[in-house]
Design a protein around this ligand. Structure first.
Ligand code: ADP
Ligand code: MG
Length: 359
């Protein structure tokens, strides 16, 4: 019997909302929060999974892995994808423990997938390069779990770097890390209202984006500028969805320049503009997220705020001076409670290393 451990972080999307499956660009960062796994091999051909956040044990036969509409679909999907790709997977058991909130837009699902993939590579002693690892994890979520996510979440969890933003070009499949402005960090405010990306909204938005690209006669919305989009004829709702994507790509390129210049003010304004576009164009915000963004933006030391991740609930990310967290977090939580009746959880988010740097 062999044993091994692994860790994979969650990620926070900083700019470039829903651009990944449109061949676009994204800025993200890995969080210091993540999922750890403790595993050992078994010789009975079974996959036995437990998680500290969830009751019960998942037990499956390696020879016949099928989705069961359960949390264990994420690790089982990764197991099957790696096995089908020819990696020497055998029976094993794993116990997961997490510091990431579930379904908050911080991609606990990708952390769970990447953590599983790394655990298996260590238990069964095989190597997978970083990008193929991220792609296999995504394949598991797409094909086994049935969520049509892009590559952002898995890339961020794999490639993150302490105090760096990650720039992902989804078309070129290239990854770059850029230092964060000095003294500036992130605050995450979870609205406490959960989203369900496996619901229809995510796939509906995706279809609308593809429809806009089809009308424009291009392979993906990455190939469209704002001017071209505004000049084109298409149903208003499709145009608004596309406007969000095209605008996000433009904001990511602008933000890259601000990052390189160490300009948190410019970066923060783009984050707030991104949220406004979510409200007006993509309609993937909620009254709770909007309340958090407007409260956060009004605080001294906060440069900008926006929803992060798929939307439809989940969390807000704010760009803030590192030393304001203790002052602003309780104010945001209190004003949010007054405005909506919901309880927010706030996190000082350290930008952490990705899974490959956590050996
Ligand atoms: P997000 O990735 O934004 O956190 P998702 O809906 O994509 O939200 O993924 C959340 C799902 O991932 C949970 O509903 C659960 O099935 C699974 N999951 C995440 N973290 C854990 C964990 N620690 N233990 C078990 N399942 C988990
Ligand atoms: Mg997810």
């Amino acid at each position: 019997m062999l044993s091994a451990k692994s860790f994979a972080p969650g990620r926070v999307e900083l700019l470039g909302n829903h651009t990944d499956y449109n061949g676009g660009v994204v800025l993200s960062a890995a969080t210091h929060l993540g999922i750890s796994a403790d595993g050992k091999t078994r010789d009975d051909g079974k996959v036995v999974l437990t998680s500290d956040g969830i009751e019960g044990v998942s037990c499956a036969d390696l020879a016949s892995l099928k989705p069961a509409d359960s949390w264990s679909d994420y690790p089982l999907g990764v197991t099957k994808v790696l096995k089908d790709a020819g990696y020497p997977i055998q029976g094993y058991e794993a116990d997961f423990s997490s510091t990431l909130p579930l379904g908050a837009g911080l991609s606990s699902s990708a952390a769970l997938e990447v953590c599983t993939a790394l655990l298996l590579s260590r238990l069964f002693k095989f190597e997978v390069d970083a990008l193929p690892l991220a792609k296999l994890a995504r394949k598991a979520e797409n094909e086994f779990v049935g969520v049509s996510c892009g590559l952002l979440d898995q890339v961020s969890s794999v490639f993150g770097k302490k105090e760096h933003a990650i720039f992902l070009d989804c078309r070129a499949e290239s990854v770059e890390t850029i230092p964060f402005p000095h003294g500036v960090g992130l605050i995450i405010i979870n609205s406490g209202v959960k989203h369900a990306l496996t619901g229809g909204e995510y796939n509906e938005r995706r279809d609308q984006c593809f429809e806009a690209a089809r009308i424009m006669g291009v392979p993906a919305l990455r190939d469209v500028t704002s001017e071209q989009l505004e000049a084109a004829k298409m149903p208003d709702i499709v145009k608004r969805r596309a406007r969000h994507i095209v605008g996000e790509n433009e904001r990511v390129f602008a933000a890259l320049e601000f990052l390189r210049a160490g300009d948190a003010t410019g970066f923060g304004k783009l984050m707030s503009a991104s949220h406004q576009s979510s409200i007006e164009n993509f309609e993937n915000s909620t009254p709770e997220l909007d309340a958090i963004v407007s409260i956060a933006k009004a605080q001294k030391g906060i440069y900008g705020a926006r929803l992060t991740g798929g939307g439809f609930g989940g969390a807000v990310v704010a760009l803030a001076d590192n030393d304001v967290y203790d002052t602003v977090a309780p104010i945001i939580a209190e004003e949010y409670k007054k405005a909506t009746g919901h309880t927010a959880a706030t996190y000082r988010c350290e930008i952490g290393d990705g899974a490959i740097l956590h050996i």
